[in-house]
Every structure is written in structure tokens, then in C-alpha cells.
Design a protein around this ligand. Structure first.
Ligand code: NZQ
Ligand code: ZN
Length: 385
């Protein structure tokens, strides 16, 4: 096992009725700004429940944070934070609203253009406004981690940042609030969480038994519960298991002491920035072929994955590996997420723009061995047409 330094200060309040706890979680006397997305929370009652819990607080709001939150929108939120002297933020929504809130929390305290966070690899984040979250879409793990992803529309760039200053103080996870998710977002969430686990698990063995067994348990739970979340959307226990799985998939726990990959995510981000695919759609396209293209480097772990997650023990090694990747692909499709570029109307002419974007963002040595070169990424994209 590799050395590690694990830190996660986010308090989690899980279950039905937990939104009411906002009345005591948010400091009294704070000037609060609630940030949210395109309006789903107004339709499903979450907005009213949050406002009722904060009745004794001073609250303003900033709505309209879009999926793949944009720098342009978030800069308007930062202006409002400054002009209204806000000192506590509350994100209510999915990963986009939470990531956007993290950017606002850090950006509002900077003396320079907050886009510099990306160029300086977050080193200029010395402080951030405190914030909490109410999660409505299990997927990203953003509710319990220190990362965020922001898109600059004008230049079609999607960049990520990470800082211990932007862990949420608390997150409220009420699985019943996910009943209203459209099927597309249920599928996206399960695929994203699955990919997060794979990026940390499917590399090479370092004898990290706890992390491996944890990761396999989470993968098995998603395979078991994911399809039920589609077929029986108001089953509370199914939603509860999916929600906790997605949080544990990227709260740092399974990633400690092990090598990590993330090449699929980096290629996927360029696809979203250029062609506006949902984040999870890009992962469903790229992950299976990323595994195929790198099967030699990942051989030992692919065999472990085949056996422990898919129960594949018969046949020679290559047959088991291909069967496990094919099962992964089938699972994504079963969750309603297409696994080919063609499923989203993209053809061979999308490959070069993605390659150019990877080059210009210096994404030329990706993966756990830093050996996912531009040539490898091109091959993976061509395999995914
Ligand atoms: O905007 P509203 O109206 O709220 O609707 C949203 C949005 O249209 C809707 N939705 C959310 N909760 C709902 C609901 N609709 C009905 N009922 C509910 N309960 O779902 C749509 C998608 O929301 P979004 O927040 O964009 O989805 P997700 O949570 O998948 O977040 C995706 C973003 O997170 C980033 C992605 O790149 C992408 O920008 N990621 C963040 C990570 C992190 N911080 O660690 C890691 C991930 O790998 C990922 O990159
Ligand atoms: Zn992801």
C-alpha cells in the first residue's frame, strides 16, 4: 500500500427529514446565499423545505447554475456575494450546483480573476467562504470532496480544481429528494459513480486489500441497485443505497494508498466542452475502450475485477477480460447511457478536435503510469466511434 494523508471534514446528515436540520447547521446571524440550478428544486418542493428551515435566517438566492456550471454564470454569483456581503453559501442541487458553489466560495475571496485557480493549480486558494450543501442528485461525490469542475463557455474549456479549503462543512443527503430525477439523470449518476470507483480501483495491485474490497462492494451495489432505481423510482431503500454509494465512490476513502487513473475523465471532459455531452455519457463511451486499449498494463486488476465483480472464472485470461469489459458496457447501456460516440450523433470528425484540446491542456501523459499519450487517447476515441 502507498503512503497517504487522509483528510475529510465534511459532516453528513443522511435520511428523510434531514433538511429541517438546516435551521441549526447554518450559523445564526450569517448572511446566507442559497445557490441552485435551473428550477427542479422549485418543482419538487426542496426549495420550499429549505426556505422553511431557514426561516430564522437572512437568506438571498442565486438561481440558474447550469449543468456543467459556467465561469460566466459563476462570476455573476461572485459579484452578488461581494455586493451583498454574503458570508455563508448553501448549494442546493446536483454536482454542478455544488461545484459552482465551491468556485464561488474560493473565487469571492481572491483579488485576481478566479479563472487563475486553474492556471495556478489551486495554489492561490488560501481561504474560501464556508458552505454547506443539500444534494438532490447522487453522482459526483462533490458533496463530500474537495474538487470542482467549471466550464468556460467562451473558450470551450472544462477545467477542474481541488483544494482542502472547499470541502463542504456539511451535506444533507435525503434519498427521497431523488425520486423526481429524470431517468437520464438516474442513469448518469450511476454511471458516473461506477466510473469514479474504476478510476481508483482498476490500475495495478499494491496489496491494498481494504480499498479493493471496499471498491468491489460499491461496484456490486451499483450493479444490483442501479437498474432498480430505474424500474422502481420511488423505492426509498434503493435510492438510499445508490446515494451513499455515489458519495463513498469519491469522498477519498477508496482512493487512499492506491494508484489512480483518471484518463477516462480527462478525455471525457474535452468531449463535454466541445460537444456538450453529459459528463456520464462521455464516461460510458470512453471507459470500456480505455480498459481495452490498456489491458496489458491493467491485466492483473482486470482479472480480479472480472472474477470478483462479474463472477467470471471460466475460460482463458483474455476471454475473461473481454467478457468483463463487455459486461461493463452492457451495464451502462442497461442504465440507459449509450456507449458509442455514434449514439450521440458524433462521427470520426470529432476525434481531432478532442486530441487538439487534450494537447492544449497538456493532457498528454495521463493514467496511473503516465503512459496514456495522445496516441493512446486517439486510439481509444477511434475505438469508440
Ligand atoms: O438544474 P436543475 O433544474 O436543478 O436540474 C438538474 C440538471 O438539469 C437536474 N436535477 C438535479 N436534481 C434533480 C434534478 N431534476 C429533478 N429532480 C432532482 N432531484 O439534473 C440535471 C443535471 O444536474 P447536474 O448537477 O449537472 O448533474 P451531476 O450531479 O451529474 O453533475 C455534473 C457535473 O459535476 C462534474 C461534472 O463534470 C459536471 O460538470 N463532476 C464533479 C466532480 C467532483 N466535484 O468531484 C467529479 C465528477 O467526475 C464530475 O466531473
Ligand atoms: Zn465523474
Amino acid at each position: 500500500m502507498l503512503n497517504f494523508d487522509f483528510y475529510n471534514p465534511t459532516r453528513i446528515l443522511f435520511g428523510q427529514g434531514q433538511i429541517a436540520s438546516l435551521s441549526t447547521l447554518v450559523p445564526t446571524g450569517a448572511r446566507v446565499m442559497m445557490l441552485y440550478g435551473g428550477g427542479s428544486i422549485r418543482q419538487n418542493g426542496v426549495y420550499d423545505e429549505v426556505m422553511a428551515a431557514l426561516a430564522g435566517h437572512s437568506v438571498t438566492e442565486f438561481g440558474g447554475i447550469e449543468p456543467n456550471p459556467s465561469y460566466e454564470t459563476l462570476m455573476r454569483a461572485i459579484e452578488q456575494v461581494k455586493s451583498e456581503k454574503i458570508d455563508f453559501l448553501l448549494a442546493v442541487g446536483g454536482g454542478s450546483v455544488i461545484d459552482g458553489t465551491k468556485f464561488v466560495a474560493a473565487g469571492a475571496l481572491l483579488d485576481e480573476d478566479p479563472w487563475s485557480i486553474f492556471d495556478k493549480r489551486s495554489a492561490n486558494i488560501v481561504d474560501a467562504l464556508p458552505f454547506g450543501t443539500v444534494l438532490t442528485l447522487p453522482a459526483t461525490g462533490s458533496e463530500m470532496n474537495s474538487g470542482g469542475v467549471v466550464t468556460r463557455k467562451s473558450t470551450q474549456e472544462k477545467r477542474s480544481f481541488m483544494s482542502r479549503k472547499v470541502f463542504p462543512q456539511f451535506s444533507i443527503l435525503d434519498p427521497a429528494k431523488t425520486f423526481t430525477l429524470p431517468v437520464r439523470q438516474v442513469g448518469n449518476g450511476v454511471v458516473d459513480a461506477f466510473a469514479h470507483i474504476m478510476e481508483q480501483y482498476l490500475t495495478y495491485p499494491v496489496n491494498a486489500k481494504v480499498q479493493d474490497r471496499f471498491a468491489e462492494g460499491l461496484l456490486l451495489t451499483l450493479v444490483e441497485e442501479g437498474p432498480k432505481a430505474l424500474s422502481d423510482p420511488e423505492d426509498y431503500d434503493v435510492r438510499a443505497n445508490v446515494m451513499w454509494c455515489a458519495t463513498l465512490a469519491l469522498n477519498g476513502l477508496i482512493g487512499v494508498g492506491v494508484p489512480q487513473d483518471w484518463a477516462t475523465h480527462m478525455v471525457g471532459h474535452e468531449l463535454t466542452a466541445l460537444y456538450n455531452l453529459d459528463h456520464a455519457q462521455t464516461l460510458a463511451i470512453i471507459l470500456p475502450n480505455m480498459l481495452r486499449a490498456r489491458r496489458e498494463e491493467k491485466r492483473t486488476k482486470l482479472l480480479q475485477y472480472a472474477e470478483r465483480v462479474w463472477g467470471l472464472t471460466g475460460g482463458d485470461e483474455d476471454t475473461r477480460i473481454e467478457a468483463a469489459i463487455a459486461r461493463t458496457e452492457r451495464f451502462f447501456a442497461q442504465m440507459g447511457v449509450g456507449t458509442r460516440l455514434a449514439d450521440y450523433g458524433l462521427g470520426a470528425d470529432c476525434v481531432e478536435p478532442v486530441i487538439k484540446a487534450l494537447e492544449s491542456h497538456r493532457m498528454t501523459k495521463l493514467g496511473e503510469h503516465r503512459d496514456v499519450t495522445i496516441e493512446v487517447s486517439r486510439r481509444v476515441l477511434e475505438m469508440s466511434l
